[in-house]
Design a binder for this molecule. Structure first.
Ligand SMILES: Nc1ncnc2c1ncn2[C@@H]1O[C@H](COP(=O)(O)OP(=O)(O)OP(=O)(O)O)[C@@H](O)[C@H]1O
Ligand SMILES: [Mg+2]
Length: 253
């Protein structure tokens, strides 16, 4: 069965895109999985980090949502073997028109249905809000990966995330699960990191991934080379932590 996971948090800069693209590459590289990344964020960060030239896209997710082109024409297969439905800022122009369409929450789910069988994993990189794109991502997913950065505001945002998931479950009748909460950007020299991690663990218990992603310069630099952390710094702590996450997500199936 295809596992469909949204990488979701309304807060910006918590490592949603970083997690989506490294996880995708890792699942292909270490687990030989067939992986599709859907970039439903007009920033196009996951697409760009995977090495896709986002300012030269002939077709993109926007065209899929408008049913303008067949999916096969939009899919890009990257050097790392990940398939991507990319996006750039033009996706933002769709937000208002889509918001007025009937069945607007299910546009993505319906659009990707014909190709799901090809993949073991579909990872959807969400924008930092709870707008129509994020809701489409949640409705197209079985579970969410929730990266939380080790900050006070990151911790404070958890209630809002839970509220959004409750809304999807109760108002839209979609039983989405928490696949795992991921502590990101952990700085062991900083007491706040430990305090936030402790508070998250107390709140989420077994829903926390055991993996903790450290703050490292290499993770930050890797996208500028169009590489995952596994190619850019294969022996560093960033690669080993994301590899642990690959193992955990693989087991979640
Ligand atoms: N573990 C880390 N160590 C150092 N830098 C990191 C780490 N994780 C992410 N970053 C950097 O932090 C910034 C934000 O990360 P990223 O873009 O993945 O977050 P995001 O949640 O997708 O943001 P947005 O909400 O804007 O989509 C990026 O510059 C990224 O390279
Ligand atoms: Mg992002």
């Amino acid at each position: 069965m295809t596992q469909k996971l949204a990488v979701f948090n309304m807060k910006g800069g918590v490592a949603k895109s970083t997690t989506a693209y490294n996880l995708a590459v890792g699942l292909v590289k270490f687990k030989k999985q067939r992986v599709l990344v859907i970039d439903i964020d007009p920033q196009g960060n996951a697409s760009a980090a995977l090495g896709i030239p986002i300012w030269q896209l002939e077709f993109q997710l926007k065209d899929v949502l408008q049913h303008k082109v067949p999916l096969a024409q939009v899919l890009v297969t990257t050097a790392s073997g990940v398939d991507v439905i990319p996006s750039n800022i033009l996706l933002a122009e769709e937000e208002i028109p889509i918001s007025g369409r009937p069945g607007r929450e299910l546009l993505l789910k319906k659009a990707i249905a014909p190709i799901l069988d090809k993949y073991n994993f579909v990872l959807i990189d969400c924008p930092p809000n709870v707008g129509v794109f994020a809701i489409n991502a949640l409705m197209a997913s079985d579970g969410v990966i929730i990266p939380v950065d080790m900050s006070y505001l990151g911790l404070l945002g958890v209630q809002g995330i839970e509220h959004a998931l409750t809304l999807v479950r109760d108002q839209l009748d979609h039983p989405i699960a928490i696949a795992g909460v991921l502590a990101t950007r952990y700085d062991r020299r900083n007491n706040l990191s430990k305090e936030v991690l402790d508070a998250l663990t107390e709140h989420f218990g077994s829903k926390m991934f055991k993996t903790v992603i450290p703050e490292t310069v290499k993770i930050r630099e890797a996208p500028s080379h169009g590489q995952s952390i596994f190619e850019y710094d294969p022996n560093g702590v960033g690669a080993s932590s994301y590899r642990e996450l690959v193992n955990e997500v693989y087991r979640w199936q």
